[in-house]
Each structure stands twice: as C-alpha cells, then as structure tokens.
Design a binder for this molecule. Structure first.
Ligand SMILES: C[S@@+](CC[C@H](N)C(=O)[O-])C[C@H]1O[C@@H](n2cnc3c(N)ncnc32)[C@H](O)[C@@H]1O
Length: 272
C-alpha cells in the first residue's frame, strides 16, 4: 500500500466517524421530545442547542457537553450571517470526528435554515447526517385552536418573505404567518419590526381581506401549567399590537370555497 492510499484511508475513516443528527425538543419544556431524540442527545459527544434558556438548562441535564448556538445572535446583526455561523460551528465539530447532535426548538426543520443546510453540507462531505421530526408550533396550533388543515386548506408563510414576493392568497383557506413580529424587516435583524413596517402588511392583506376581519395571534404553552394564548382582533389593528417573538398570526378563511363544476363534470364523465 503506498502513502497516497494510506492518506486516503485515514481521511475516509475520519469522515465515517463524524456525524450529525438534528433533533427538536418540541415546544413544551421536557414534554414534547421523542424517545429517539432524547437518546441521541444522551449519547452525543457534543450537543449544540438553539433553544429558549430553560430548554438549554434541561438539555444540559441530559448531556453536559453542550454549546449554545444562540451566542451567534446579535441585536443589530443580520440573521443570515448568524445562521451561516451556526452551520460552520456544527460542521467543524463533525469534521473533528465527533458524534454531534443539534437541538433546535419545536420541529428542527420547520422555519429553520441552518438545520437543513448543515445536513446538506455534511452529507456532501461524506458524513452521516439526518433530522428527527419534532412537535412544531403549528402542530400545537391545530390542537389548541381546533383547526384541521384539511377542512379548508392551510397556507403557511414566513411573514416577511410573504411581503417581499408576490404571492397568490387563497381567502377560502387558512393563512398562517410565522414570525409576524419581524414583519417587513428588510435588514433581517434580530429585533421586532416597527408599526410602520407592520402597517405595510395590513395594507397588503386588506387587498384580499376586509379590514375588520377577525385574526388571531397564537402562542403555544411553553410550560405544562401554562395555557395557550389566543388573542383575537380586527386585521386593521395588527400594526398597533405588541407582538411576542414566538407568536404566530392566524388568518381564518374570509370567503366560501367555490365548487369547480367543470372539473366535477370531467370526473363524473369518467365514472360513467
Ligand atoms: C424560527 S421559527 C421556529 C419554528 C419552530 N422550529 C417550530 O417548529 O415551531 C419561529 C416562529 O415560530 C412560531 N413559534 C415559535 N414558538 C411558538 C409558540 N410557542 N407558539 C406559537 N408560535 C410559535 C412563531 O411564528 C415564531 O416567530
């Protein structure tokens, strides 16, 4: 065996050793995590987390070898830079040959860029990488607000992205807007947007919905003794309401679904 082969073999060996699993603890502290995700955390060499503080403390009781990805956030810092730095930190540990687990709150793949990116890049470099599903905010919302997304359909957007691009809203279905506290922030900072920026969203939505249409800000309970928070108000009042960073905006249907008679005729013809 020549030197080149030995070098390649050791490179391959170190690639096989490093790995990453991305897991989610759900929304409710200590109550939503799956047994599989919990076991991955307990057995990891290093656990990264991007979660509320109490969740971090709880994860540390499962495995003391942790690193806080939340340190990369800065109030004036572009969140896209933060997300890239998170990926780089996790990948560096994988390249060091560690069994890495990354914990991102809720479902780790729901409205989270870094989690999908780190898996994509780790796999491209030959490492084992996968995601475990978790309980997301919308999973809680369906339960607490009694919404079955199958009844009228359900559209789901990140609020600012919804504003930045031309979308076709279907007012006969539910519309969920995530991160409404950051509505219209073109600099993607880690702080709430202004009433003026939120008014732009109100004006956009009022092209489709009546100004007095009742909408809700929903917050899933974080502690087992907490109750869900569901705040109803008229769409036109959205800009003047204080919003929690972890609330989701729920816009119920404003119009009735219209039967598609020509498609039904085609389908009936097929049955004859
Ligand atoms: C970056 S996303 C993360 C979502 C998370 N990965 C999940 O699975 O729910 C943050 C947004 O999720 C929603 N969210 C997070 N926690 C929530 C909660 N407790 N109740 C309602 N919505 C929540 C809000 O729209 C918030 O702005």
């Amino acid at each position: 065996m020549n030197t080149m082969t030995i070098k390649q073999d050791s490179a391959t060996a170190s690639k096989i050793k490093g790995s990453i699993v991305v897991v989610g603890p759900g929304i409710m502290l200590g109550a939503h995590i799956t047994p599989r995700s919990r076991t991955y955390i307990e057995k990891a060499d290093l656990v990264f987390y991007c979660c509320p503080m109490l969740v971090r403390d709880w994860i540390t009781t499962l495995n003391p070898n942790t690193r806080n990805l939340g340190e990369y956030y800065g109030i004036e810092k572009d969140r896209r830079i933060t997300y890239r730095e998170m990926v780089d930190a996790m990948l560096a540990a994988v390249r060091d040959g560690l069994k890495v687990v990354a914990v991102f709150y809720g479902h780790p793949g729901v409205f989270a860029w870094s989690t999908h990116k780190v898996i994509e890049e780790a796999r491209a470099e030959g490492y084992t990488a996968h995601m475990e599903p978790g309980i997301s905010a919308d999973a809680c919302l369906y339960a607490d607000m009694g919404i079955d997304p199958a009844r009228y359909g359900c559209q789901s957007y990140e609020t600012s992205q919804f504003m930045f691009y031309q979308r076709k809203i279907d007012p006969t279905a539910y519309l969920l807007l995530w991160q409404p506290a950051h509505a219209g922030d073109t600099q993607i900072k880690n702080q709430p947007s202004t009433p003026a920026q939120r008014q732009v969203l109100v004006d956009l939505l009022c092209e489709t919905y009546p100004a007095e249409h009742q909408v809700a800000l929903y917050k899933a309970p974080f502690l087992p003794m907490d109750k869900p928070s569901i705040r109803w108000f008229a769409l036109q009042d959205f800009a003047s309401i204080d919003i929690d960073l972890v609330e989701t905006l729920v816009i119920p249907p404003a119009q009735k679904m219209q039967f598609n008679q020509s498609i039904m005729n085609k389908l009936h013809a097929l049955n004859q």
